[in-house]
Design a protein around this ligand. Structure first.
Ligand code: SF4
Length: 99
């Protein structure tokens, strides 16, 4: 058990996924700006709102995806382009919300 925890911690330290991309989907107004600036991570859904591609859906309707440092800029741009500020980036290690 202890070994499993240690292995999980090591795996976590090795992971390049430094940020958590969050989408407050219920409050998305479907303007499609995120899809335009970061199409590798964002796509419009038939219901008129956007989705994080491969994102995990939460019970409250929000979505999350862990991303690597190299994908930070395009998602920061998506967050900056969102007119209703429903895209957030969180530092996985510190829990600090960057945007
Ligand atoms: S930019 Fe914001 S409001 Fe527009 S589709 Fe993307 S998440 Fe929704």
């Amino acid at each position: 058990m202890e070994q499993e925890i240690q292995q999980a911690e090591e795996q976590n330290q090795k992971s390049d996924k430094k940020y958590i991309l969050q989408h407050d989907r219920p409050n998305c107004i479907g303007c499609a700006a995120c899809e335009v600036v970061a199409p590798d991570f964002w796509e419009m859904n038939q219901d008129g709102k956007s989705d994080i591609k491969q994102g995990k859906s939460l019970e409250n309707g929000c979505q999350e995806l862990e991303i690597e440092e190299k994908n930070y800029n395009e998602n920061k741009e998506a967050a900056d382009s969102c007119p209703v500020n429903v895209i957030h980036l969180v530092n996985k290690k510190t829990g600090e919300r960057i945007t």
